[in-house]
Design a protein around this ligand. Structure first.
Ligand code: BES
Ligand code: ZN
Ligand code: ZN
Length: 485
């Protein structure tokens, strides 16, 4: 999609369609062009409500108040309604008389790109997206101290962010038959080539040498051999060093603790953490952020078979801790345990974040749209929550407590891979991972359970049916902040 910022008044811009955002209370109290007609079609300017006046070539969308989040979802909703239509170009006013105009421009651009997303890889009839040119008018700009350079930068960042989110969505939506550990590794290598990142791929032999036996055990019954991926963005004199770790279960059948049929459907989503890390690394390189960022991915398929790992096994993790396996479906934490240990061995980071579709319990606790953020210290949790707020992603803290930690006790090993209680499962999973965070890093780490928002089977806000790219936008906002300080 092409974006153009112009100072030309909206009426002088040549485009096949105009998108007009109407603030709810203005529709009630102020003059709005086409008001009669809009009322006739039942438009009341509610948030995300749309009305297309075909003969006027105007599309209206309602918004509760002018904010980045409202603007992003409203524009994405409008954009979704235009898929497969004939319109080639669209113009929109930029609502410059708002103090946060650069944030609004960024949200708009993200809304356009995120709303235009569709996934038709497996359809024989392909979607036609004619709308490719978006012209944003900065009319009225002279009345304010507006910096065109800042607006242009906001536009570019919005576009990179949304494209990275869509890139993540594409990989998550790809079937487990087409996307397995080696494929994730190839994607990482291609990213590295195109965007000048460093890339190291560990294959089974190296994984064995690194003593990543729990990861190898989870992978054992699959015909697809596991990979650990390490991507690096390394500027000179970075402001901070950050490690990002993604759970990359390209399929989670549950293993021998096999999932019931209905719960297995959709488990291609279990690579969402890994795909988020890939998207983030792409955008970090494109924005050339002034932070050193390491992306680690544990890419594994959890299957059944004669040599599958079993409930009752005791595995030795990379950090030497022994784990009693009581449920092979709690596999993500096993993979993360080894990859986190590896990440801490390789990089002395200021902050460590892991992204995982780790528990159904997180979805039960906070619902489908929100990520759960856990950890020992507030600083890294607050960093990611602030990023989420700015980006329009939803995230909330789930607090650790010592009582839940006791539920992970094992009578034959150092720790059990599941809790002895069915309650508080998102937190006990987080507490399990905490066992693999080195003492010196305890307060540098936050765990983000993205099981809720990563893949939802209906459209919501700026997100389509399927993969949302959860984690990408919140993390980019956070990294941008760390880069500018
Ligand atoms: N990948 C799943 C978690 C999940 C469930 C993600 C639903 C998205 C939607 C994870 O590996 C898993 O199976 N977790 C178990 C843990 C249990 C065995 C302690 C779960 O949530 O049931
Ligand atoms: Zn599982
Ligand atoms: Zn899983």
């Amino acid at each position: 999609m092409n974006f153009e910022l112009t100072i030309s008044p909206i009426n002088e811009i040549d485009a096949t369609l105009e998108l007009i955002v109407v603030v709810n209370k203005n529709f009630k109290h102020k003059f709005v062009q086409d008001k009669k007609l809009l009322k006739k079609v039942g438009f009341s300017a509610g948030q995300d409500e749309i009305a297309l006046l075909i003969e006027k070539n105007r599309l209206y969308v309602g918004i509760d108040s002018i904010s980045g989040t409202n603007m992003r979802t409203a524009i994405a909703t409008a954009m979704r309604s235009l898929t497969s239509t004939k319109y080639k170009s669209l113009k929109i006013a930029s609502y410059m008389n708002h103090p946060k105009c650069t944030a609004i421009i960024r949200a708009m651009v993200e809304g356009f790109e995120l709303g235009a997303y569709y996934f038709d890889k497996y359809k024989t009839k392909k979607t036609k997206q004619n709308l490719q040119n978006i012209i944003i008018s900065l009319e009225d700009y002279s009345a304010f101290e507006l910096n065109i350079e800042k607006c242009t930068l906001a536009l570019a960042k919005g576009q990179i962010t949304a494209e990275a989110t869509n890139f993540t969505r594409d990989i998550v939506n790809t079937t487990p038959e087409d996307c397995y550990p080696k494929v994730l590794a190839n994607i990482a290598e291609n990213l590295a080539q195109e965007f000048n990142l460093n890339c190291k791929i560990l294959k089974p032999k190296q994984l064995r040498a690194e003593k990543m036996e729990t990861l190898l055990a989870v992978a054992r019954a699959s015909r697809h051999k596991p990979r650990v991926i390490h991507l690096t963005h390394k500027p000179k004199n970075p402001k901070a060093v950050i490690s990002l770790i993604g759970k990359g279960l390209t399929y989670d059948s549950g293993g021998l603790s096999l999932k019931p049929s209905n719960s297995m459907v959709g488990m291609k989503l279990d690579k969402s953490g890994a795909c988020a890390v890939l998207g983030i690394m792409k955008a970090v390189a494109q924005m050339n952020l002034d932070v050193e960022v390491h992306g680690f991915i544990g890419a594994v398929e959890n299957m059944i078979g004669g040599d599958a790992y079993k409930p009752d096994d005791v595995l030795v993790a990379k950090n030497g801790k022994t784990i009693e396996i009581r449920n092979t479906d709690a596999e993500g934490r096993l993979v993360l345990a080894d990859v986190l240990a590896y990440a801490q061995q390789e990089v002395n980071a200021d902050y460590i974040f892991d992204y995982a579709t780790l528990t159904g319990a997180s979805v039960v606790a906070v619902g489908h749209y929100t990520s759960s953020v856990m950890g020992n210290a507030n600083e890294p949790k607050d960093l990611i929550l602030r990023g989420a707020k700015l980006s329009g992603e939803l995230a909330t803290k789930l607090d650790f407590n010592p009582h839940l930690k006791k539920l992970l006790k094992s009578s034959i090993a150092d720790i059990s891979n599941i809790s002895s209680s069915p309650y508080g499962g998102a937190i006990t999973a987080g507490l399990f991972i905490d066992e693999f965070i080195e003492e010196k890093n305890k307060n540098k780490w936050a765990h983000i359970d993205i099981a809720g928002p990563a893949f939802v089977e209906h459209t919501w806000g700026e997100n389509p049916h399927g993969a949302s790219g959860a984690g990408v936008r919140m993390t980019l906002r956070m990294l941008e902040k760390l880069s500018n300080d």
